[in-house]
Ligand binder design. Structure first.
Ligand SMILES: Cc1cc2nc3c(=O)[nH]c(=O)nc-3n(C[C@H](O)[C@H](O)[C@H](O)COP(=O)(O)O)c2cc1C
Length: 255
C-alpha cells in the first residue's frame, strides 16, 4: 500500500483522555501548521486564521465554559447511532451509541433525555489536551458567488484534513471538537481570546498523545455503494476495478 493511502486509512478520531504531561513539541506543531498553510481553498482565499492555544491557564479557563447539548443534537445524533458493533459493521455508516448516555440511545426516552439536560464544562471534551488549534474565519466574506459560502466551508474542511493527515504522519493524535463552534460557547471564547465579533469559529481540534488508545470499530461503505457509473443509480460493477491501493478491506477496522 502506498504511504499516503496508509496514512489516510490510519487517521482516526482520538476521543480518549490525552496525556497532560506530553504537550505537542513546537517543531511538530509547526509541521502541522505548514500543512495548514498549503491547504487548497476556494479562489485561494486562505479564508482562515488559527489560534494556537497551549497556555495551561487559558486551557483551564476554556475548560470551565459550561454548555448544554442542544435538542437538535440529541435527536439527530440518535439517527446516526448503531447500538452494537455488529449493527455498525452492517450499516457501514454512523457511529457507536455506547459513547452516549443510555437515554440518548433509546428512541422512546429522547424527550426525557432532552428535559433532563444539564450543563457540563468543556473540560469534559478537552480531556487533557494541551494543544488546541482554533480555526476561525471572517463571516463577512465569502468565496465568489458561493451561496452560504459553501465553498468557503469546504475549504475549512480541506484545512482540517490537511492538518489531520500530517498529525497522523507525525504520530500525533487529533480530535475534532465541534462544540467549540456552538453559539453560546463562541461568545465566551471570543471574550477569553479577544476574537473580534466578525470572526466566526469554524472548528477546534486538540492535538496530543492519548494516555491509552481506545479501541473503536471504524466502518466505511464499499466503493460500489457510493459510486454510479455514467448515470445516477447505475451500479459501477462493470467499471474497471479500482487500483489495489484504494480497495477498502485493508482499512484498519479498529484503532
Ligand atoms: C466536520 C467534522 C466535525 C466533527 N465533529 C466531531 C465532534 O464534535 N466530536 C467528535 O468526537 N468527533 C467529531 N468528528 C469526527 C467524526 O465523528 C469522525 O471523523 C467519524 O466518525 C469517522 O471516524 P474516524 O475519524 O475515526 O475515521 C467530526 C468530524 C468532522 C469531519
Amino acid at each position: 500500500m502506498n504511504e499516503m493511502t496508509k496514512i489516510i486509512q490510519e487517521r482516526h478520531s482520538s476521543r480518549g483522555q490525552f496525556d497532560p504531561t506530553r504537550p505537542v513539541p513546537k517543531d511538530k506543531r509547526n509541521v502541522i501548521l505548514e500543512a495548514a498553510r498549503w491547504t487548497p481553498t476556494a479562489h485561494n482565499m486562505q479564508n482562515y486564521e488559527i489560534i494556537i492555544i497551549d497556555d495551561k491557564e487559558v486551557i483551564e479557563t476554556i475548560g470551565n465554559i459550561k454548555s448544554m447539548t442542544s435538542e437538535a443534537f440529541i435527536r439527530e445524533n440518535f439517527e446516526q447511532l448503531s447500538m452494537s458493533e455488529e449493527e455498525l459493521r452492517k450499516k457501514k455508516t454512523g457511529i457507536l451509541g455506547n459513547q452516549f448516555p443510555p437515554k440518548w440511545r433509546d428512541a422512546s426516552k429522547l424527550d426525557e433525555a432532552i428535559k433532563e439536560r444539564t450543563t457540563s464544562p468543556l473540560s469534559g471534551t478537552i480531556r487533557g489536551g494541551q494543544t488546541i488549534l482554533l480555526v476561525i474565519y471572517d463571516k463577512r466574506k465569502r468565496a465568489p458567488a458561493s451561496e452560504g459560502d459553501v465553498l468557503g466551508f469546504i475549504s475549512l474542511g480541506c484545512l482540517m484534513e490537511n492538518m489531520w493527515l500530517v498529525a497522523q504522519e507525525l504520530g500525533i493524535s487529533m480530535h475534532i471538537m465541534s462544540a467549540f463552534s456552538g453559539e453560546e460557547i463562541q461568545k465566551e471564547l471570543k471574550n477569553i481570546l479577544g476574537i473580534p465579533d466578525y470572526m466566526e469559529i469554524g472548528f477546534a481540534c486538540k492535538l496530543g498523545y492519548p494516555i491509552a488508545e481506545t479501541k473503536t470499530v471504524r466502518v466505511r461503505r464499499e466503493i460500489e455503494s457510493f459510486t454510479h457509473h455514467n448515470k445516477y443509480g447505475i451500479n459501477a460493477d462493470d467499471s474497471p476495478a479500482p487500483p489495489a491501493r484504494l480497495l477498502s478491506p485493508k482499512l484498519p477496522s479498529c484503532v
